[in-house]
Write a protein that binds this ligand. Sequence first.
Ligand SMILES: [Zn+2]
Length: 227
Amino acid sequence: MGRDAYDGEAVAAARADLVDYGNRLITDGLAVGTAGNLSVRVGDVVAITPSGVPYRQLTVEDICVVAFSGEQLDGRAAISSEWPMHSGIYAATDAAAVVHTHSPEVVALSITRDELPAVHYAIVGLGGPVPVVGYTRFGSDGLASGAVGALKTRTAVILQNHGAVTRAATLAQAYERALLLEWLSQVYRTSLDYGAPRILSAEELAEVEDEVRRRRYGGLTGGKGGA
Ligand SMILES: [Zn+2]
């Protein structure tokens, strides 16, 4: 596949967005240094942050454009080490953006828990309680398959002793989900200081999902489920 085979304008916009959100990862404390990675799917190619370039120094020219075969079509830096995970998620879901963070509350939870339970109803935005998939080395096929397996039925997953991955239809939404996951993890940890947390039941979560759907599609003015 040559450079003419994809939508250059859309890819250029995606690369600019990836630079912006890469910087936000640092500003928002979701990663440090070169940790974490982000990607956007544009048709048959993926724009993805590179390996080993600090976000504060990242330029549009560094962002890699990669075909699903793994062939690098553009970008002067090397492709993120987590390419197998990103490409696997696009192959298995309808995601158009993937955000991988090393955010501290999520990493701390991943070390000691098997799941982020439903401590707040906002967790329906991630597809319900978020599982922690067992540890495997960064950049490995095992890590990719663990993340992909969990993301088939939900929009967030936690990687043991490592970080988190969210997917969405847009980079902005995937990023918001990464922030939500970090916030929920912090709320959960704080609640443990007070005692045994009350966890929402499956029935209570289903009720929230129904209400979100009703407000979105039921013609209520201004209803966007943002209660
Ligand atoms: Zn990582």
